[in-house]
Design a protein around this ligand. Structure first.
Ligand SMILES: C[S@@+](CC[C@H](N)C(=O)[O-])C[C@H]1O[C@@H](n2cnc3c(N)ncnc32)[C@H](O)[C@@H]1O
Length: 238
């Protein structure tokens, strides 16, 4: 029997017109769609974005993502998810795994994909990149992410605040993801470095309730969504 193909599909940052043509064409074909369902979100954001393109008869497989940093628990969860996917592939079904933004950038999908490769070495995988949230942000603000010889740092989460001053010192362009939790501390460091005026806060880019502000103080006490980022640009935004 022919085995199925695993398609990792980045669905972009939020808007249904920011998927690639390739992603849309694949979703029109595939009858098993897999996604991560974290405890934090009631509905899958990726599913909300891709829904218009998913077949009505498609089976939706939600894979649980444990809310923990415990590597053993996480490894077990990815193995379990991979086993379900491998079962589908070996039974001949194609599986589309949808992820936010780009599927190869800080995505749970890549952990599961690695497990799939281990459990089923002959697996056929085709990944379809999506527009990363930071990439959309630069286009939206009509400001280059990086130019000429400039470096760009993409920091997944500021886990060690002590390292942030050095990063800000060495990179003229810094994208800080997952800033909701440590926002106040990050702002204090930006102030110490004199970079507050050169920073933008954004949340839910591409979604109907997208929010962008240069008034960073206004967000200190406000509710900050998980899908929020800071972009620090030493050259400023013009
Ligand atoms: C686990 S990472 C996923 C990154 C994603 N794969 C990408 O390519 O954009 C999640 C973080 O990305 C950022 N992010 C993703 N989508 C976003 C959006 N639509 N608006 C603002 N930030 C977003 C936030 O910082 C969020 O905490």
């Amino acid at each position: 029997m022919t085995t199925g193909t695993l398609y990792g599909i980045g669905v972009g940052p939020g808007s249904a017109d920011l998927l690639t043509v390739k992603a849309v064409n694949l979703l029109a074909k595939v009858t098993t769609v897999c996604l991560i369902k974290s405890g934090a979100e009631k509905n899958s954001v990726a599913l909300g974005i891709a829904r218009p393109y998913i077949r009505e008869d498609a089976e939706i497989l939600a894979v649980a993502a444990p809310m923990t940093h415990d590597e053993k628990i996480l490894a077990e969860a990815w193995q379990t998810a991979a086993k379900i996917i491998v079962g589908k592939l070996q039974a001949g079904s194609d599986v589309a795994f949808i992820t936010l933004g780009d599927c190869m950038l800080f995505s749970t999908y890549t952990y599961i994909m690695k497990q799939v490769k281990i459990q089923f070495p002959a697996v056929k995988i085709e990944n379809v990149p999506g527009i990363a949230a930071y990439s959309y942000l630069a286009s939206y603000l009509a400001t280059a992410l990086a130019e000429g010889g400039e470096n760009l740092a993409i920091i997944p989460a500021v886990s060690e605040l002590a390292k942030l001053p050095d990063i800000l010192q060495n990179f003229p362009n810094v994208i800080l993801m997952k800033v909701a939790g440590k926002y106040g501390d990050i702002l204090n460091i930006l102030d110490e470095k004199g970079l507050r005026q050169n920073t933008v806060y954004v949340s839910k880019l591409g979604h109907p309730d997208q929010f962008i502000t240069f008034d960073l103080d206004s967000m200190r006490k406000a509710e900050r969504h998980y899908l929020s980022m800071l972009w620090v640009k030493q050259g400023g935004f013009i």
